[in-house]
Structure formats: structure tokens, C-alpha cells
Write a protein that binds this ligand. Structure first.
Ligand SMILES: C[S@@+](CC[C@H](N)C(=O)[O-])C[C@H]1O[C@@H](n2cnc3c(N)ncnc32)[C@H](O)[C@@H]1O
Ligand code: SF4
Length: 459
């Protein structure tokens, strides 16, 4: 199997048939499926207490509200038509920030703050002020802190952009998905290129230098033609970054996805054609293809980090953030520490109840073993670089040649099929291997068998 697989329908069908399994997206290793309630508040408090003074941390704040619920949405959010629930949530976020302050031994510097959702632009400018003031009590927010946010275009105002920019907003990610009216009707989401252009204009005018647009493939009634038409339209805005996410259809986890007519969903070969043709077009327009689903202009930090081997992968996707600690706030937020991961209670009611009891609202987590760190590093390099030097990974983790051979043995089936090349411990994903990167990583994942069936399709 080689790059020709993309042109050879039979080889392509074979590839899809064999790898149409369900593999994780590896935004962490072990993945969230491995988190257990055994690792809870006590572990979280210990890890916070062990944070070395002056070591910079990154922050994540989850805002689980939207003005409406798009039928395809896989995020932890809910639709609200009044502001009261948002205001009440902000009140509880302030409690969480205070509790974090009590658990931390010092006031750690914070160089990055990411707002995710849901729709963070549902927070009012006054609420942004209050949250930043509270965060500043607990964290030493650096003068050039990189504030990033996800944005739902129809809910954005120019005033909001100005308020966020005053707090250091440097990067914004807007959802566009697909501009075809037929697709939009099938997922109950509207949006025009004019609306996106207006938002991008406000952001650039306020000095937000890095703009990302989220696009999707694999939505109901989506075709390669309407995917490329969407790309042509968004290219007129010349965003610094673009994400192209494959629709993950998991109606057993997200019941509102049952509203989507399954017979209108494109099949594996059509999905692949949409994503690969879209990628070709973006590359032809000068974007660098990054990892599983990102594209960036060559001088964007993400592309520079890729070229320099510094690209990282975390819960927000591909990133240049090198901090060892990520502190998550809000319902369902995930935090990462050198010792392991913790996830807050997902349901807002439970998260709120824990805070009312004066507890840090952790639901579950995982403590990293040495083996996890070793395999996690290999998986992260493969997800970022499509290559890994196993000798470097082994040396960094004090591993023997036998461990190197063990990983190579796991990858051997992919080598035999021409999806990777392996020479002297240097592994490179080649040809159509890029399309099955999640499955390649799953071969190294010690826990993967137990997870079968709980992830969206790898292709
Ligand atoms: C929190 S949302 C982005 C901001 C904003 N809420 C919006 O929709 O414009 C993050 C992104 O996840 C992607 N997404 C949502 N549900 C998905 C799913 N089921 N499968 C794949 N990607 C999905 C969409 O591209 C969406 O823009
Ligand atoms: S895609 Fe964005 S706006 Fe739509 S429901 Fe999900 S988080 Fe909300």
C-alpha cells in the first residue's frame, strides 16, 4: 500500500475496510477512557501542592453554553436562551478559582489561557472582567499572556472582541463548518461567509493576530464539491490557521445527534475524498498540513513549531504550549500534570454541587506510570510529526533495546503494508499511513483493546 492508494479505488476500499476500526484521537495518553474515580480530589490537591514555585502553568476554562445546539455537536454544552444560567455559572467559576488558590502553594505564573466551549463569547464583557480579576489573584498572569478563545460567529459582538482584546486575546477560533445551505439545514446550523468575514474583521481590528477557522467534513449531505466551495470562500479571509475535523457520529453518547439522518451521512470513501481533496486545496494555497486535522500559514507559530520538532498535542488539539501543567476550570475541564490527568465533573449540576461543598470538583483521573510516559511520548511524536526516533525516546526514558524492539514489533504489520518505514529505530509514516495514524498509535496503546467500540471511526 502506498500513496497510490488514494488514486486506486480498490486499494482504498481495502484500507478503509481494514482500518475502519475505532481509534482514539490521542489528545492525551492514556486517553480519557482510562480515567477512573480512584484518582480524584485528593490526587488533584497533592499535584497542585507539588507544583514547583515559579513554574509557569497554562489555564483552560470551559464555558458549556451556546445560543443554540447544533445537531452534530460533540462538545460538552447546552443551549440557553437566557443569560441567568451563564451568570450563575460564572459565580461558581469564581468559587473554583478561589479553591484553586487555597490548594496552590504559591501564585504560579500563567502564560496561556484558553477559553473553550460551548461558546465562550456567551460570557458578558463584565463577566470577563470579573473572571480575569479573580484569575489574577491566584495566578501571576504575565503581561504578554496568550489568551485564546473559541467563538461562535452569530453570538459575537464588536464590544465583546474589544473587551477580550483588552485582557490579552491573541488567538481566536471561529466555527464555520460548512457553508452549503443543504448541509446547514441538515444539522440546524446557519452561517454565512459574510458573517465570518465580519467577525474576522472585528478581531483583526482589535489586534488579534492569529485567527483559526474550524471546518468539518462528513456531515449529512456534505459532498466534496460543497466542501471545496466552503474552502474557496474561507480562503478569501486568509486565516492563519484552519482545522478540518471529521464529523464524529456518536449518537449513543450525544443523543441530539439522533436528529441527524444517518442515510444522509457520507460513507468512508466519500469522507476520505472530502478530507483529502480539501487538504490538497489548502496545501496548494500555501498552507502547511499539520498533524491529523490542522493547516497553518508557513510563518504561523504552529507551522514553525512543526518544522522545529516542537509541536505538542493536548486536550485543545495541536499546540505550541510547552508548559508541563495545565489547570482546567469549569464543568468537564481536563487538567494535565507531570503526575497525571484529572477531569472535572461533566454535568454542570454535579460540578456546582461539589463546589458548594467546598470541594475541587474532580470526577476522575489517571496517574501516569513510567510506561505511560514512554508510550505517550512516542504516540505524541507520531500524532505531531508522523515520525518518531525510538532511540531518542528510549534514551529519554532509560529504556533498553528490548523495549525498542517491542514497539517495533507492534508497528510491524504497518511496515509490512508500506504504511510506515522503520530503519534503525527511526520510524516514519509514509504514503497512505497518514490516513490511519490513529490506528498506528493504537498499536502502541497498551489499553486500546479494552476501549474498542467507544471511539468514533478512525476514518
Ligand atoms: C466548541 S466548538 C467551536 C466554537 C463554536 N461553539 C462554534 O461552533 O462555532 C469546537 C469545534 O468542534 C467541532 N466539532 C463539534 N462537534 C463535532 C463532532 N461531533 N465531530 C467533529 N467535530 C466536531 C466543530 O468544528 C466546532 O467548531
Ligand atoms: S458546534 Fe459550537 S455552537 Fe454548535 S452546539 Fe457545539 S459548541 Fe455550540
Amino acid at each position: 500500500m502506498t500513496a497510490h492508494a488514494l488514486q486506486d479505488p480498490q486499494a482504498l476500499a481495502d484500507l478503509i475496510a481494514r482500518y475502519d476500526g475505532r481509534a482514539p484521537r490521542y489528545t492525551s495518553y492514556p486517553t480519557a477512557v482510562q480515567f477512573t474515580p480512584q484518582v480524584g480530589e485528593a490526587a488533584y490537591r497533592r499535584w497542585l501542592a507539588e507544583l514547583p514555585a515559579h513554574e509557569p502553568v497554562s489555564l483552560y476554562m470551559h464555558v458549556p453554553f451556546c445560543a443554540r445546539l447544533c445537531w452534530y455537536c460533540g462538545c460538552n454544552t447546552r443551549a440557553v436562551n437566557r443569560h441567568e444560567p451563564v451568570a450563575a455559572y460564572v459565580g461558581k467559576l469564581l468559587d473554583e478559582i478561589r479553591l484553586l488558590g487555597q490548594a496552590l502553594p504559591s501564585r504560579p505564573p500563567a502564560n496561556a489561557l484558553h477559553f473553550g466551549g460551548g461558546t465562550p463569547n456567551m460570557l458578558s464583557p463584565a463577566e470577563l472582567d470579573v473572571l480575569f480579576a479573580a484569575l489574577g489573584q491566584v495566578f501571576d498572569l504575565s503581561a504578554d499572556i496568550e489568551v485564546a478563545t473559541e467563538i461562535d460567529p452569530p453570538a459575537l459582538t464588536r464590544e465583546w472582541v474589544r473587551a477580550a482584546a483588552a485582557h490579552g486575546l491573541r488567538r481566536a477560533s471561529l466555527g464555520v463548518q460548512n457553508l452549503s445551505p443543504e448541509v446547514q439545514a441538515a444539522v440546524d446550523r446557519k452561517g454565512t461567509i459574510e458573517e465570518a468575514a465580519r467577525c474576522v474583521g472585528w478581531l483583526r481590528e482589535a489586534g488579534v493576530a492569529s485567527i483559526n477557522l474550524d471546518l468539518m467534513y462528513g456531515l449529512p449531505h456534505q459532498t466534496t464539491a460543497n466542501t471545496l466551495a466552503t474552502i474557496d470562500a474561507v480562503l478569501s479571509l486568509r486565516p492563519e490557521r484552519l482545522a478540518l475535523f471529521g464529523y464524529a457520529h456518536v449518537p449513543w453518547m450525544k443523543s441530539h445527534q439522533q436528529l441527524i439522518a444517518e442515510e444522509a451521512l457520507p460513507g468512508p470513501a466519500e469522507r476520505l475524498d472530502q478530507s483529502e481533496r480539501a487538504a490538497e486545496r489548502l496545501v496548494a494555497e500555501g498552507y502547511v498540513r499539520i498533524g491529523l486535522d490542522h493547516f497553518a500559514l508557513p510563518d504561523d507559530e504552529l507551522a514553525v513549531a512543526l518544522a522545529e520538532g516542537r509541536l505538542r498535542r493536548n486536550f485543545q488539539g495541536y499546540t505550541t504550549d510547552a508548559a508541563r501543567t495545565l489547570i482546567g476550570m469549569g464543568a468537564s475541564a481536563i487538567g494535565g500534570f507531570p503526575q497525571g490527568y484529572v477531569q472535572n465533573l461533566t454535568r454542570e449540576l454535579d460540578w456546582r454541587a461539589a463546589l458548594e461543598r467546598g470541594e475541587l470538583p474532580v470526577a476522575r483521573g489517571v496517574t501516569l506510570t513510567e510506561e505511560d510516559r514512554f508510550r505517550g511520548e512516542i504516540i505524541e511524536r507520531l500524532m505531531c510529526d508522523f515520525a518518531v526516533d525510538l532511540r531518542v525516546a528510549c534514551a529519554r526514558h532509560d529504556r533498553s533495546l528490548a523495549d525498542l524492539a517491542l514497539i517495533l514489533a507492534r508497528l510491524e504489520p504497518f511496515r509490512r503494508e508500506g504504511l510506515i518505514e522503520a530503519e534503525g529505530g527511526q520510524v516514519r509514516v509514509v504514503g497512505a499511513g497518514r490516513l490511519v495514524i490513529r490506528s498506528i498509535c493504537a498499536a502502541i496503546d497498551e489499553y486500546f483493546d479494552a476501549q474498542q467500540g467507544r471511539h468514533a471511526k478512525a476514518l
